[in-house]
Design a protein around this ligand. Structure first.
Ligand code: HEM
Length: 307
């Protein structure tokens, strides 16, 4: 049985680090072997510090995948769907490798990141290094609870992990990321009522806003077929806020058994179904990057470490 990587369905953590790398040599054999050792690093810290709820996900960029693992390819693995309409842009900046590291202790996240970096550094260039954190009770920096409607329990695996539909990649997962930069000054100038209209949710109790309309972020998801007849989402969101004194935003991460739901939602946000029905939240935040990755099962990574 091909087990998914532990971080795919993990519960939200307090801290995270997202290491983005491009590979600078052609020693794929060494990279395959070292990625299996990254899994050992995750396990080691998880065993030593079980209270920190350590998890991680090794993600391979859509272009680099066939170089690293020539031969088979996940059926739906394709480049990031870069889109643009007026000033709403979803740029594509997929790296060769993305290592997601999550834990409830910042020191442990840092220690794992250092070991992973030390292991890989001869073969890679560090492109971006984003530190995520849990903000208040799971809110985005805009003040709204994010991912409250995520699938729960067993539904998580059904949504995020590939099953029999792609027999060579059972246990794998499609990962999409976008680094959103919020214009917090403009956002904070809005009244609470207008903010709730933009999001489509109430800030305090996280209910459907009475002011919600076709441009509300939440409604953009509802008008697509992103949930099943029981209202279960087809996308597991594992995003985290990031911030320093000059930049604040959300590092968006989705895990899914298919690459289609992310594409559909992004299209709904940027273009809408009809003219001017785009996601109004994009007037207050902008995507700086976009990545399409594949997170193979544990068995897939380990089996190919020797080849
Ligand atoms: C800065 C970026 C974003 C922020 C701050 C944000 C925030 C939110 C918030 C507050 C909600 C309301 C309810 C909930 O989370 O369950 C929501 C819903 C949702 N968001 Fe986002 N979001 C962002 C980007 C995205 C992107 C890029 C996608 C996918 C392409 C996405 C997909 C969804 C979906 C599918 C829902 C609906 C959940 C449902 O219908 O139950 N979001 N988002």
């Amino acid at each position: 049985m091909s087990q998914p990587q532990k971080g795919i369905c993990a519960e939200p953590n307090l801290h995270a680090q997202f290491l983005h790398y491009n590979v600078i040599d052609e020693d794929e054999q060494a990279i395959r072997a070292k990625l299996a050792r990254v899994l050992d690093i995750f396990d080691h810290f998880d065993n030593e510090h079980y209270e920190a709820m350590v998890s991680g996900v090794i993600c391979i960029g859509s272009d680099y995948f066939s170089e690293l693992y020539p031969g088979l390819r996940p059926i739906e693995l394709s480049p990031f769907p870069d889109m643009q309409c007026d000033d709403r842009i979803a740029p594509s900046k997929t790296c060769d490798l993305l290592i997601q590291i999550r834990a409830d202790r910042l020191d442990i996240v840092h220690a794992i990141s250092m070991e992973v970096h030390e292991l890989l550094h001869l073969h890679v260039e560090l492109i971006d290094d984003i530190r995520g954190f849990r903000y208040l009770d799971g809110r985005d920096l805009t003040g709204f609870i994010d991912a409250d409607d995520n699938p729960r329990g067993l539904d998580k695996k059904a949504v995020a992990v590939i099953g029999e539909e792609d027999p060579d990649f059972i246990g794998g997962c499609y990962v999409h990321t976008q680094k959103y930069l919020h214009d917090m000054r403009r956002w904070q100038l809005l009244s609470e009522r207008r903010q709730e209209q933009v999001m489509g949710r109430t800030r305090e109790h996280h209910l459907l806003s009475e002011e919600a309309n076709a441009n509300s972020h939440y409604i953009r998801s509802r008008v697509t077929d992103l949930s099943d007849s029981q209202g279960r989402q087809h996308l597991l969101r594992q995003s985290m806020p990031y911030a320093n004194m000059s930049e604040q935003g959300l590092f968006f991460v989705s895990h899914c058994h298919s690459s289609q739901p992310f594409r559909t939602m992004l299209q709904s946000m940027i273009f809408g179904m009809q003219a001017d029905e785009y996601d109004a939240f994009l007037d207050y935040t902008s995507a700086q990057t976009g990545g399409a990755y594949f997170a193979p099962s544990l068995d897939f990574i380990k089996l190919r470490a020797q080849s």
